[in-house]
Design a protein around this ligand. Structure first.
Ligand code: ACM
Ligand code: ZN
Length: 485
């Protein structure tokens, strides 16, 4: 059957279901959305005969879990809520995508190991079209990845409109790629496009978490509003890659007007409880030399420029809380100050290894593990082959498969704070969706199994053998994939 991620329990039967008998999904009206999405996804397999596919409510099952029973004349998916029904239907979709005439009868009981199963796409370094983003979200949901972390701005481009701050898209949404000078391509997502993507994703039980990276990685903001920087510029939307010295000026109160407008916009567009505030790779050189920043330092009784970041983080977390949102930040925000300790409710996304995550849960903060040291940076090359595309390091399939969000040294109470894990696709070297697919698959399949499947059921050899069949499903969905694992 080769389902990925591997379900918690599978009991295979001797019989088969003839796929010519598959009807549309029908059943409990509370699952109308899930059934409609399945009927679209699997339209090519559906015949207009008698009802054979039924979705039933079973309130005894846990959130996101499902039971799938396939018998010769009938398929039944049972769950307490829409997510479970959706996942049961995705398991069936996988079987349909890899079978010619019949699918094996079976009974599957399934549930996730972690609640945060994430994928990040950087749409600043390169811009990706709405159809591509939808294709990717649909493919993620086939693998039960349920969080799409949308990196919407960085030094190389700001990608959504903010009321009262028009230059962010007029100037900040750089309109050409580094690789193809002069080629115009889309610069930002309209509010309508964002709403469309959010609802497309919600229908597939994928939650979109927007990221606005602050206060560093903000060349696009500074080029749009130079007075937000320490020196006043000149600044430019970067077409180079790296970490830049110019960041938002911590001594300028206007940065908080900017944050308020941005967060109001995000709160209006994204129903998610979370907003990612970035916070990575902030250089402090400008703050050390800026009289306004030095004044702020004295005012707040801080001793070093670097501590200004903890003051900003504090304000950002509070401003989001006022809008009903919880902040997530990269692990750098753990480096706080006595005056401004990291707020209790801030979530840490650990990327420089798992150490940040370990420290965060020791300090009682929730954690998402996305270590670049253990395969979660899928902008890195698939292998050492010099002809392979990708950034700096190597993230082989086995490495992301074996990434465990928990650490042996965590106490039970600490492990309970680990929400799950995530793969990140930074796109400095990924100019289009086709290459993004190639970088993502099959590493996403491995990540999904690592975050969904019970630990004692995980086995890399077994995964590899199932992947052989699963690759046919990816082919059928026209997803490019690296094939030399
Ligand atoms: C990061 O990779 N700078 C979070
Ligand atoms: Zn300053």
């Amino acid at each position: 059957m080769s389902i990925i991620p591997k379900p918690a329990e599978i009991m295979e039967k001797e019989t088969v279901f003839d796929i010519k008998k598959l009807s549309k999904a029908s059943g409990d009206p509370s699952f109308k959305n899930e059934m409609e999405v399945f009927n679209i996804q699997c339209g090519e397999f559906i015949y207009s005969g008698p009802e054979t596919l039924v979705c039933e409510k079973d309130s005894a099952l846990k959130d996101e879990s499902y039971e799938l029973s396939i018998d010769p004349g009938r398929i039944c998916v049972a769950a307490a809520g829409g997510a479970g029904i959706y996942y049961g239907l995705q398991t069936l979709r996988q079987l349909l995508l890899s079978c010619d005439k019949e699918i094996p009868c079976c009974k599957i009981k399934d549930y996730p190991r972690f609640s945060w199963r994430g994928y990040m796409l950087d749409c600043s370094r390169h811009f990706f079209t709405v159809p591509f983003i939808k294709k990717m979200i649909d493919a993620l949901s086939l693998h039960r990845i349920n969080k799409f972390h949308w990196h919407l701005c960085d030094d190389q481009g700001w990608r959504f409109p903010v009321k009262g701050w028009p230059a962010l898209i007029e100037k900040g949404s750089r309109r050409e790629t580094l690789n193809v000078p002069g080629r115009e391509y889309g610069g930002f997502y309209t509010a309508e496009e964002i709403r469309d993507i959010v609802s497309f994703a919600a229908a597939r039980h994928v939650e979109i978490i927007p990221e606005v990276d602050l206060p560093g990685h903000t060349s696009a903001v500074l080029a749009s509003y130079p007075d937000l920087g320490c020196s006043g510029g000149p600044y430019r939307v970067e077409d180079r890659y790296g970490i830049f010295e110019d960041v938002l000026c911590a001594g300028n109160d206007r940065i908080f007007d900017f944050f308020a407008a941005v967060f109001d916009t995000l709160a209006g567009l994204f129903p998610s409880d979370w907003v990612h505030i970035g916070g990575d790779e902030v250089l402090y050189k400008r703050w050390s030399a800026c009289p306004k920043c030095q004044k702020r330092l004295e005012e707040q009784k801080l001793s070093e420029a670097r501590e200004l970041q903890s003051w900003i983080t504090h304000r950002l977390v509070q401003m989001l809380a006022e809008r009903g949102k919880t902040a997530i930040g990269w692990d750098e925000i753990l480096e706080d100050s006595k005056q401004f300790p990291l707020p209790e409710n801030a979530v840490i996304m650990s990327w420089r290894g798992k150490e940040g995550g370990l420290e965060a849960c020791r300090r009682g903060r929730k954690v998402i593990m996305s270590p670049n040291t253990e395969g979660c940076y899928i902008d890195y090359k698939h292998s050492e082959d010099p002809e392979e595309p990708g950034n700096i390091g190597i993230s082989p399939l086995s490495s992301i498969y074996n990434m465990d969000p928990l650490c042996p040294e965590m106490k039970e109470s600490e492990a309970a704070l680990v929400m799950g894990g995530q793969a990140n696709l930074w796109t400095e070297l990924i100019p289009n969706g086709r290459l993004a697919e190639y970088m993502s698959f099959p590493r996403i399949c491995a990540l999904a199994e690592g975050l969904w499947t019970p630990k004692d059921k995980k086995n890399y050899e077994d995964f590899s053998s199932r992947l052989a069949l699963h690759r046919l499903r990816l082919d059928r969905l026209d997803l490019l994939q690296y094939r030399r694992d």
